[in-house]
Design a protein around this ligand. Structure first.
Ligand code: GLA
Length: 376
C-alpha cells in the first residue's frame, strides 16, 4: 500500500546531478537513519537521472551503470530496504532522459517489470525528448498502467513541470504526485516564482495525487547541481520549507545530508511543520486576502482534528505588518469562539483577541501557526 499523504524522502539531483554512485546512496541511507530523519517520515531514497548505461542490453532492458553501481540496483535496493527505507528511481516518458540516457518510451511495460524486479518503490518519470505524436496524457497512462501491473507497489512521481495543462489530466494516469512547476534552484527568485506558479493550482492537489513543487533546496548554501551564487539564507530556507509543507507538496530533501548544517537540520526536522504537511485530511489550501502588503501572502488549511494551519509568508525584501480577521477562517464574532495560536517555529502560544490577528512580519520571513478553536 502506498501511503496517502505527501511523499517524503531524499533525491540525488539537486546536489549531485550526474555525480552519483552506490557508495553515495548507501551513505545517504545511513545518514537518514542515524540523523533521525527517517523516523520523522523521510523514507524514500531516490536516484534521479544519470544512473544507467547509455544503451539497453540485448533484451531491450535498462542496465545500471556498472562503474557507478558495481553491484547493480537490486543489491542497492536490498541495502536501502534493510535500513527501513524505500527505494526510488528515475526514468522518462521520452526516448531519452533529460540528461540523454535511455528513456522508457515504447519500453514502458518492460521497464516497469525491471523496476519491480529490482525492488523499486518510487518512480520519478520525466518529460524530455517526448513523442510529438503521442500526447502527454497517453505517455503517462502507459507508465501508470505498466506500474499498476508490475506486481509491486511503485509510486508514480510524474515530472512534466505543469506543461500541456498537466493538472487537467494527470490524475487519470495513476500518478501519485505531479510536478506542478518548473525546476527549482537555490535562490530566492526561484522559490518565489515556484510559489507564485502554484497559486492557481492549489485546487488540484490532495489525496491520490499531490502537487509537487520540486525537491527542497534547504541547506544547499549555493553548493551542488542547482546551487546558485545568490543562494538563500536560513530565514529564506525556513520560509521555503514552510510554504512547501503548508501547500501539501512532497518533501524531498535535496542537500547533502551527510554534511548538513545544524540550522538546516533544525528546519527539516520541525515535527509540527511536518505534521501539518502530513495531515491525513490533505485538505485544499486556502489563499486568503488580508492587509499584508503586496509581497506577502496568507494561506491556511483545515486539519483533520479540527485545528487550522495558518501561515503568513513574506516574499518581499522589506518588512511588513499583518492584520488578519479570523472571520475568514469560519470564526464569526458572534460564534463565541477564537483561536489559540501555537507558533510552530518559536513555540510561542497566545490567543487572538477581538477576532483580529496583528503581527510584524520581517523580510523573507514566515509566521506559521497551528490554531486551535477555543471559547472566547
Ligand atoms: C528535469 C527534471 C529535474 C531532474 C532533471 C534530470 O529537468 O525536472 O527534476 O530530474 O530533469 O535530468
Amino acid at each position: 500500500m502506498i501511503k496517502n499523504t505527501p511523499p517524503m524522502g531524499w533525491n540525488s539531483w539537486n546536489t549531485f546531478g550526474s555525480d552519483i554512485s552506490e557508495d553515495l546512496i548507501k551513505e545517504v541511507a545511513d545518514k537518514l537513519v542515524d540523523s533521525g530523519l527517517r523516523d520523522l517520515g523521510y523514507e524514500y531514497v531516490v536516484i534521479d537521472d544519470c544512473w544507467s548505461m547509455r544503451e539497453r542490453d540485448g533484451n531491450g532492458k535498462l542496465v545500471a551503470d556498472s562503474e557507478k553501481f558495481p553491484h547493480g540496483m537490486k543489491a542497492l535496493a536490498d541495502y536501502i530496504h534493510s535500513k527501513g527505507l524505500k527505494f526510488g528511481m528515475y526514468s522518462c516518458a521520452g526516448t531519452l532522459t533529460c540528461a540523454g540516457y535511455p528513456g522508457s518510451y515504447e519500453h514502458e511495460f518492460t521497464d516497469a517489470n525491471t523496476f519491480a524486479e529490482w525492488g523499486v518503490d518510487f518512480l520519478k518519470y520525466d518529460y524530455c525528448f517526448k513523442s510529438t505524436i503521442i500526447p502527454g496524457p497517453v505517455l503517462y497512462r502507459r507508465m501508470g498502467l505498466a506500474l499498476k501491473n508490475c506486481g509491486r507497489d511503485i509510486l508514480l512521481s510524474a515530472c512534466s513541470w505543469g506543461a500541456d495543462n498537466t493538472h487537467e489530466w494527470i490524475r487519470q494516469t495513476g500518478a501519485n504526485m505531479w510536478r506542478s512547476t518548473g525546476d527549482i534552484f537555490d535562490s530566492w527568485e526561484s522559490v518565489r516564482s515556484l510559489t507564485e506558479q502554484q497559486e492557481n493550482k492549489l485546487a488540484y492537489g490532495g489525496q491520490g495525487c499531490f502537487n509537487d513543487m520540486d525537491m527542497l533546496v534547504v541547506g544547499m548554501y549555493g553548493n551542488g547541481n542547482v546551487g546558485m551564487e545568490n543562494h538563500m539564507n536560513d530565514t529564506q530556507y525556513r520560509t521555503h520549507f514552510s510554504i512547501w509543507a503548508l501547500m501539501g507538496s512532497p518533501l524531498m530533501i535535496g542537500c547533502d545530508i551527510r554534511n548538513m548544517s545544524e540550522s538546516a537540520m533544525k528546519i527539516l526536522s520541525n515535527k509540527e511543520v511536518i505534521a501539518i504537511n502530513q495531515d491525513p485530511d490533505c485538505r485544499q489550501v486556502m489563499h486568503l486576502d488580508t492587509w499584508i502588503g503586496n509581497d506577502a501572502r496568507c494561506y491556511a488549511r483545515y486539519l483533520a482534528n479540527g485545528d487550522i494551519a495558518l501561515a503568513f509568508f513574506n516574499l518581499g525584501e522589506s518588512g511588513t505588518f499583518v492584520r488578519f480577521l479570523i472571520d475568514a477562517l469560519g470564526i464569526s464574532l458572534s460564534s463565541g469562539k477564537t483561536l489559540e495560536m501555537h507558533d510552530v517555529w518559536t513555540g510561542e502560544v497566545f490567543t487572538v483577541k477581538n477576532g483580529t490577528f496583528l503581527h510584524q512580519l520581517d523580510a523573507y520571513d514566515t509566521l506559521m501557526y497551528r490554531c486551535r478553536v477555543v471559547d472566547r
